[in-house]
Ligand binder design. Structure first.
Ligand code: DC
Length: 232
């Protein structure tokens, strides 16, 4: 059977990473979290004083530093584990999920040179197929000819509730109101930026998972995967 490319796009905290990871696990495909790559670049910018107090990014400095920023993934070490994002060889998986990075990532992801660099890295990782990649522009820009494209959505409140639980489970001291505000603000920036805005590919399948369990979602996705694989 031909190995296909699965592109899963959608709003932040729509559950697309969970579904992408689980599909990769059952199919033996490689999972790539493209959002983690934008987060890693953002962490680099924060740690190198390129993000001001007001959130403005020193675009020229960051673009000049791009050749020094190397991103890779280390595989999960157990079935319960997630893959780990590496920034210049250091495991930054925990750091990149913090609110400090979440709050700064959208302007970084809107910089055309950052997007160009990460899109070409993602395309190289996609190589011969056998990949599940999630993000905002995977079905439209990274793999416009992917054999299976999914566009995931859920209400902003459902998504904020999920992220709030995820963060407080990990011990973060955050308020639901702050998390919701971050979700709404990121939706707006992601949808309205000039370079590769979040947009549903015309040939994507829609999935609104607001009221779906993880198991229902897995079954729906595996079904879509088998159909696409058969067609490829
Ligand atoms: O999926 P996430 O919340 O981890 O994504 C982090 C940020 O990166 C989010 O603001 C959107 C941006 N992003 C993007 O612009 N393009 C992608 N392919 C993936 C993420």
């Amino acid at each position: 059977m031909k190995k296909i490319r699965v592109a899963i796009d959608g709003y932040s905290s729509s559950g697309k990473s969970t579904m992408a990871r689980r599909l990769a696990a059952v199919t033996g495909y490689r999972y790539i979290d493209s959002g983690a790559m934008y987060r890693a670049v953002t962490l680099y910018a924060l740690d190198h004083g390129m993000v001001g107090e007001d959130g403005t990014v020193d675009e020229a400095a960051l673009v000049a530093a791009l050749p020094e920023i190397h991103i890779d993934f280390a595989p999960a070490i157990s079935p319960e584990d997630v893959q780990h994002t590496l920034l210049n060889g250091t495991d930054v998986e925990t750091e990149i999920r913090r609110l400090r990075v979440s709050n700064a990532v959208s302007p970084v992801a809107a910089i055309p040179a950052v997007r160009r660099a990460l899109v070409s890295l993602q395309q190289a990782m996609g190589g011969e197929g056998g990949i599940v990649m999630d993000g905002r522009d995977i079905g439209t820009t990274v793999f416009p000819d992917a054999e299976l494209k999914i566009f995931v959505n859920a209400s902003a409140e459902t998504r904020a509730q999920r992220r709030f639980k995820e963060m407080t489970d990990k011990g973060s001291q955050v308020s639901y109101a702050d998390v919701l505000a971050n979700v709404v603000r990121r939706d707006h920036i992601d949808e309205t930026r000039e370079e590769s805005p979040l947009r549903r590919a015309d040939d994507a399948l829609d999935l609104d998972n607001s009221t779906m369990s993880i198991e229902e979602q897995d079954a729906w996705l595996l079904n879509a995967f088998r159909a696409a694989e058969k067609k490829a």
